[in-house]
Design a binder for this molecule. Structure first.
Ligand code: PLP
Length: 452
């Protein structure tokens, strides 16, 4: 097994002695080493044994323009030589100002102001703390409950993690449950048997409206939702659902936070998907990952001008939004993001839109495998969901390591998979070609076949 051979690498031994990796099990925390990768190029990674792998998940849905982009490496070097850091408390830098202008141009409506963070969790955390501040300053401190959904993933800081909907992210963890109200996952694959997609949409919208009524709009600060639930398994809500939720939020003065940490910056072929694909104008959009294609840890929140005006006009002009990170508006991160946007605009967004139907159509052919319950996706994100029995769709009767076993077979064959229990998520770099898609799908087919 190539992974056992990799265990001879000194980095693997050091990791087992000193490194704590994300989502570890208590029984092996601090003592495990995952697949060592040593370099990347385009859609490929090289592992510790020199084996070439297609980077199926594009890192963590983030290496949008592909690995080893010299333009991005150079701009990081040049910016660091020019101005490596400045305190955002007392000073500002030009790259963050220019990036904000460009992001505001892409963001819908009056979302014209950007606060930068170090990633997605801190972006969601910032949006939530801003909502709390906004309602405190406006004299309605009780209006702070947060609506979130099953299947959601919004981060690993305390408040953002409190919104997460997947049991495995919550089971052993504490959460701010008194601040959060949970709704159903908008997952059509698991809708009640015999219910049409339209009826399922009505059910979700009714549940939302009933929840607002039961909790009271005067107690609800915001709704937070991914346009497509990514880590939940690429869950695409029924058509029209998001817009109807948006309307209810607007009627009830509930802020709508669209979490575009995954869907933003090209994954669905656009810089932001909220308006382009779902026809919604949120009050805030959170982003991260693809904004720098993962070359630098950067995220942010785009905030509606209207909200800032409300604060400007409030009775508490001296109230301070006591929130900031050392690396807010980092000049190197913002400079990389600017160059990354140039690359996306310079053909990669067009390529992503052009190649996406082929990617989806080729992956869909895997539905003929008995283990595969459904293949679904949009743009360059997709999920292959395995089931023990297609009738019951029960994932629980499956070996809980089925995804891991598929990943192992695929690794042997030259593809990195991101197993999510019974699901394999595929979100390759946006520069992937049709030939590379064919190769990816062929390996995945063989990997799943060997697992059955
Ligand atoms: N929001 C969404 C939709 C995500 O998928 C993620 C991470 O996968 C986050 C937020 C958290 O981002 P980060 O890991 O950069 O903190």
């Amino acid at each position: 097994d190539s992974r056992e051979m990799a265990a001879e690498n000194p980095a693997v031994e050091l990791a087992k002695s000193h490194l704590v990796q994300p989502w570890p099990y208590a029984g092996s925390i601090g003592a495990e080493a995952r697949t060592l990768v040593t370099s990347g190029d385009g859609v490929y990674l090289i592992d510790g044994d020199g084996k070439k792998l297609i980077d199926g998940p594009a890192g963590m849905w983030c290496i949008n323009v592909g690995h080893r982009r010299e333009e991005l490496a150079r701009v990081m070097y040049e910016q660091a030589m020019e101005l490596s850091y400045n305190t955002p408390w007392y000073t500002m830098n030009a790259p963050s100002a220019e990036l904000s202008r460009r992001i505001a141009e892409y963001a819908p409506g009056d979302l014209n102001h950007v606060f930068y963070t170090t990633g997605g969790s801190s972006a969601v955390e910032t949006a939530l703390r801003f909502m709390q501040f906004y309602n405190n300053v406006r004299g309605r401190p009780e209006k702070k409950q947060i609506l979130s959904r099953g299947g959601a993933y919004h981060g690993s800081t305390y408040l953002s993690a409190s919104l997460n909907g997947r049991p495995r992210d919550r089971d052993w963890m504490d959460a701010a449950d008194d601040l959060v109200v949970k709704l159903s996952s908008p997952d059509p694959f698991r809708r009640p048997k015999g219910m049409s997609a339209e009826a399922f949409c009505d059910f979700l919208v009714d549940e939302f409206r009933d929840t607002v009524k039961a909790v009271g709009a005067q107690n609800i600060g915001c709704f937070v939702g991914e346009p497509i639930q990514a880590s939940g398994g690429v869950i695409i809500a029924p058509a029209g659902y998001l817009k109807r939720i948006r309307d209810i939020c607007r009627e009830n003065d509930i802020l709508y936070v669209s979490d575009e940490v995954v869907t933003g910056f090209g994954r669905l072929g656009h810089v932001f998907a909220s308006e382009e694909l779902f026809d919604i104008e949120p009050d805030m959009i959170t982003f991260a990952k693809g904004v720098t294609s993962g070359y630098f840890p950067l995220g942010g929140v785009v905030i509606s001008e209207r909200l800032l005006k409300d604060l400007n006009r409030s009775n508490h002009p001296d109230a301070m939004f006591g929130h900031g990170l050392t690396y807010t508006s980092h000049p190197v991160g913002c400079a990389v993001a600017l160059k990354n946007l140039d690359l996306l605009e310079g053909g990669i967004l067009d390529h992503a839109r052009a190649v996406a139907p082929y990617f989806q159509q080729r992956l869909k052919t895997l539905e003929d495998l008995p283990l595969v319950g459904e293949v679904r996706g949009a743009g360059l994100m997709a999920c292959v969901e395995c089931v023990a029995d297609r009738e019951s769709k029960d994932p629980l009767q499956l070996d809980k390591d089925v995804g891991k076993r598929i990943d192992q077979h695929c690794h042997e064959l030259g593809l990195l998979v991101r197993p999510l229990i019974n699901m394999c998520v595929m979100s390759p770099p946006l520069v992937i070609t049709k030939d590379q898609i064919d190769h990816l799908v062929a390996i995945l087919r063989e990997g799943i076949s060997r697992t059955m």
